[in-house]
Design a protein around this ligand. Structure first.
Ligand code: PMT
Length: 400
């Protein structure tokens, strides 16, 4: 793991107490940390806390004659490998989005060429406010800036909703899993979620896929520098920042959307979707009525999107997923061989709390001649590691 020089910006918010733990974790991981506080932050936590934890003087003023004698703000901007602002308040986000340089932290952000990561923290109504969202949209379109979080849940003010800063542990892990640039210039197409196969106008066949694994991978691939198209079955997740989402409903729609996206240009194709293997032979025009004690539906096989893309004459690097309840390795590697894949990610969905519709997963990745197991982790955490492994395997396969 590469040691980084991290400039931690702390702005005014109750979540500033988590930043003290963040400094401790970053230092423990071997990084150098310098802290810049805004005047608002000092209302919540004292500079001395950060000085003691970082072992470095804390800077808080742009007009500090001593520090600025050596052009301290420019020196700080050049020193940092990463500028991490946690918590990033609504006020700071507004000032950054508009290019302001009216205190030390915004000035350093204007002067640095290092990546800038924001971990927003604010009340849920402030987060949802149209002006905040407009400012966030400006920052999301800025290649130098990444947003990590926020989480949703209980807030210090008693409200519940989006706006909680990510936990210090989660931010520190993401710093170490920083994949920035590993997929630079690559075009990645990902399928996610379930498909719905209509029986009649009000009923369908589907499954419990939530799309979380595919959306986490799309966010991680984008963060690694890829241009990402996410072909999504019906889910209730927000589009990851900077990712183009194309909504589909049925397995046939998914195949058509995937063929189009791959025709447009695709280096890596990742299929996390749980596609219905069969669909009703006919879709009734009107709602079916109860008649007998039992009823039968004639089902026909759906097309296989992943096998179709992998079977092309000049296929992209293809990664499949396999959700299995038993003989996981056997079934997963069999699927990899039958579908002619470069890699397959197996999850044992017989285990409670992982796989379908959960926030966590436990996976083993197989490729011809090798495998790697990953411990139980959040889908976001696994997505970062998978993106790195996919980038490495693809490079090795290309060089072989
Ligand atoms: O969405 P989540 O709630 O986060 O859950 C994630 C997940 C459990 C759905 C995901 O991690 C996963 O394992 N997806 C694959 C599910 C599966 O068992 O797929 P399969 O064995 O039916 O298919 C194998 C591979 O072929 C998959 O990559 C699948 O996307 C693809 N496939 C399958 C059938 C089909 N008609 N078209 C396909 O592209």
């Amino acid at each position: 793991m590469a040691q980084k020089r991290i400039l931690l910006g702390v702005t005014g918010g109750i979540a500033a107490y988590k930043s003290a733990e963040l400094v401790r974790l970053l230092k423990k991981a071997g990084h150098q940390v310098r802290v810049v506080m805004t005047s608002g932050a000092e209302g919540f936590i004292k500079p001395l806390t950060f000085q003691a934890l970082s072992g470095e003087p804390v800077r808080n003023s742009l007009l500090d004659p001593e520090a600025e004698a050596g052009m301290g703000h420019i020196e700080l901007a050049k020193w940092a490998d990463l500028v991490l602002v946690a918590p990033a308040s609504a006020n700071f986000i507004a000032r950054l989005a508009n290019g302001m340089a009216d205190d030390l932290l915004t000035t350093v952000c204007c002067a640095t060429t290092a990546p800038i990561v924001l971990a927003p923290a604010m009340n849920q109504a402030m987060w949802s406010n149209t002006r905040t969202q407009r400012n966030l949209a400006l920052l999301e379109a800025d290649d130098q800036i990444r947003l990590w979080g926020p989480d949703a849940g209980d807030q210090a003010c008693g409200d519940t909703g989006p706006g909680r800063m990510l936990e210090a542990q989660a931010i520190a892990e993401r710093v170490d899993q920083d994949n920035r640039g590993v997929l630079a210039g690559q075009r990645v197409v990902i399928t996610a979620g379930p498909t719905r196969e209509p029986i009649d106008p009000v009923r369908y066949i589907s499954n419990h896929s939530s799309g979380k694994m595919g959306y986490a991978l799309a966010a991680a691939a984008r963060e690694a520098g890829a241009k990402v198209v996410l072909i999504s079955g019906p889910v209730s997740l927000a589009a990851p920042a900077g990712v183009e989402v194309r909504d589909v409903m049925t397995a046939e729609d998914m195949l058509a959307a995937a063929e189009t996206a791959v025709d447009e240009g695709c280096d890596i194709f990742i299929a996390t979707a749980a596609v219905a293997d069969y669909r009703p032979e006919t879709e009734a025009d009107q709602k079916l009525k109860k008649a007998n004690e039992t009823m039968s539906l004639a089902l026909v096989r759906n097309p296989d999107t992943l096998a179709t893309i992998a079977g092309r004459s000049n296929p992209p690097f293809t990664v499949g997923f396999a959700a299995e309840t038993n003989d996981v390795e056997h079934y997963a590697t069999d699927k990899m061989a039958r579908k002619k894949l470069d890699m397959i990610v197996a999850n044992d969905v017989s285990q409670p709390g992982i796989g379908f519709n959960s926030d966590r997963n436990t996976i083993t990745v197989f490729w011809p001649g090798g495998h790697q197991a990953f411990d139980n982790d959040t889908k976001a955490g696994l997505a970062g590691r998978l993106v790195r492994l996919i980038a490495e395997r693809r490079q090795q396969a290309a060089g072989a």
